[in-house]
Design a protein around this ligand. Sequence first.
Ligand SMILES: NC(=O)c1ccc[n+]([C@@H]2O[C@H](COP(=O)([O-])OP(=O)(O)OC[C@H]3O[C@@H](n4cnc5c(N)ncnc54)[C@H](OP(=O)(O)O)[C@@H]3O)[C@@H](O)[C@H]2O)c1
Length: 346
Amino acid sequence: MSASDDVLRVAVFGAAGFVGGELLRLLLQHPRVGDVCAVSRSQAGKAWSATHAFARNLDAAPVFVAPDDPAFERADVVFAALGHGESQRSVAALVADDPRLLVDLAADFRIRDPDRYVTAYGAHARPELTADFRYALADVVGADLEGEAKLAAPGCFATATLLGLHPFRGLAMRRPPVSFAVTGSSGSGATPRVGTHHPFRATNFHAYSLEQHRHEAEIGDQLGQWGAAFADCRLLTHSGPFVRGIHATLHFAPAEPVTDPQALLEKAYAGSAFVRVLPEPPELRAVTGTNFAHLHATQQHAGEIVVTVVIDNLVKGAAGQAVQAMNLALGWPETDGLQQLGLAAC
Ligand SMILES: NC(=O)c1ccc[n+]([C@@H]2O[C@H](COP(=O)([O-])OP(=O)(O)OC[C@H]3O[C@@H](n4cnc5c(N)ncnc54)[C@H](OP(=O)(O)O)[C@@H]3O)[C@@H](O)[C@H]2O)c1
């Protein structure tokens, strides 16, 4: 299929992974995407359906291609869903055909402050490129993404936490906010590990990376980019007994009392296509498989605020937000290809 101005040719690197698979699933249902090329080193030459169960429902039987395969040449949009550090090392291949848009879903180009990046992730192979990437928190940046050529899709914990903090970013805090966040096992990627092994995970719950989760650096960096009235947010990460989703409970104490925190959420997200402010604390099952984020805010004790946020880590926290950012960058309707409702019937 050939590219035209209106129907795009898209390449997905890291397409055999969880996020890559989710990108394929969403892009195949996108009205303006004509051709989707799935690039994988480990699965090149094999059918998508051997890795991604949804592909067994397709009429066609697409196969993964290797990174040096000419099949993905002339891609208009390139998504990179590679393992940590791989995008910065592969960037020459990702932009070889000068795509209109590159969307990176790893942490490689999210953090502007080089010292903060090095502290969290170690040395960066191409730090000079980070300034070219726009941090694409799509529900906050919105139409301002139009015309951008390189996007860094936010991390999943950072997305949930920043969506909860955004309405309050102008408020001085008595101490840094805390985000107590719980992720499902798909947050760890497709490679099996002890922490994602079903018997260990399915009936279990535990904290991890309490000394400092890497997304805390990303959140702090973004608060700095916003010019927020507070510099940091403590991130307390947990593994939950479910596959998809992030539930974040944010707790903070503004220096001045806030009479109606729910009204601040409603004001910040008025007219939002994907952020819903609920009258009660949200549930994961309502957003599973969707690009929606559900939020709620309430007061606890004198002047303390609790915000709860739920997202699907693979959709709003990764592939869905990346597609939303593509739509915004290319000047398309924000919701194109993303109007799936939830999966859970009960
Ligand atoms: N899972 C989530 O909830 C989530 C949310 C937001 C962002 N992310 C980010 O999205 C990226 C992909 O995550 P994922 O969960 O899809 O991971 P994954 O399931 O492990 O897939 C990553 C893919 O990247 C490719 N890859 C290339 N070089 C690699 C390397 N050195 N190490 C590991 N993989 C490498 C592999 O494909 P081939 O070897 O076949 O080419 C692999 O299939 C990561 O940077 C992750 O941090 C993940």
